[in-house]
Design a protein around this ligand. Sequence first.
Ligand code: BDR
Ligand code: CA
Length: 309
Amino acid sequence: MKHKIILDCDPGHDDAIAILLAARHPQIDLLAITTVAGNQAVEKTTHNALKVCSLANIRTVPIAMGMARPLLRPARHAANIHGLSGMDGPHIPEPDLALSPIHAVDLLIQLLLASAGDITLVPTGPLTNIATAIKQEPAIVPKIKAISLMGGAIGVGNVTSSAEFNIWVDPEAAAIVFNCGRPITMVPLEVTHQALATPAIVARLRAAQQPVATFAADLLVFFAETYQHVFGFAAPPVHDPCAVAAVIDPTIIQAKHMPVAIETVSELTAGRTVCDLYGTSSQPPQVRVGYALAVERFWEMVISTLLNS
Ligand code: BDR
Ligand code: CA
């Protein structure tokens, strides 16, 4: 059975790999790509989604542009990691695909309302589009089969010591999504920091001498440079495809249900995903939180899918 998904993203080097995995994996039916401000301004992340899909010949999936700024806060981007374009590094031809005329939030609402309740949302950027759709049309909530999101951390964050980037950008949106009552899998930094694009992984992609795999390798080389520069990592964590992989094969992550609250008030810890690992709160364990990744299976899935494109 194919999993119907909508990928809500902010490309972004790792979002680009998530798009390729979602569009090409035989067990995924990618209904739409919706874009949001995050790694860069929404016009840039949208342009990047169009570029990726043009290059990879993904022509039947609608691409809709979404929210330009978080619900309550100013827009904040990650040029230090993804560059001024949001996807610096490889030379990519201008896209020859048209943007959907529908706003991403309206497309999310339309697709969910028309569905049989069988669509999984896969957000790999700030949660502004999903939260706005829920606020605008609460009837979509029971139609969401599940949410598999890249974001948050059980422990240390990556943009502050408390918060991971996607949740930190729009904590108010995250609070709406995390409390929507639908099944949520959170794929946090503890998981994605195991998905390291080592030189051996990049070499496997290059060895294929295929345009899509070469593009992915070029993305990862730029990503490696900024991760080395900013965090001192020897290899970059390829966060976003992990959330897609967790839909294709839920056993690819080890996870535990627990209550997760989003900090929206404190300046010091804004955007923290407060994970109640030991059940000390009286809250229901509403989130399935990943804590480990089957690393070899993950790369096998990603590389074989990219090489078959
Ligand atoms: C997340 O932030 C972005 O920079 C990446 O695309 C990923 O979604 C990691 O914190
Ligand atoms: Ca992202």
